[in-house]
Ligand binder design. Structure first.
Ligand SMILES: [Zn+2]
Length: 69
């Protein structure tokens, strides 16, 4: 029989998910500065001023703050 307390712990190691974005996907500018707060991985390009969310290891372009769905 299998023991129910035979548990395993996995070391989650995915540094890419926490790495700082390398460059702006829109214009290629390498200077992205953190425009968010803790828990809000928002970056803004220094060249084209596009905001990017750092989500699931990739940059996702933000919509304008005043845009309505
Ligand atoms: Zn840019």
């Amino acid at each position: 029989m299998d023991s129910m307390d035979n548990r395993y712990t996995a070391e989650l190691d995915f540094p890419a998910a926490f790495a700082v974005p390398a460059r702006c996907p829109a214009c290629g500018e390498q200077e992205l500065f953190n425009a968010g707060t803790e828990g809000e991985p928002l970056f803004e390009c220094a060249a084209c001023a596009i905001g990017w969310w750092w989500e699931s290891g990739m940059l996702v372009r933000t919509s304008t703050p005043c845009a309505s769905d």
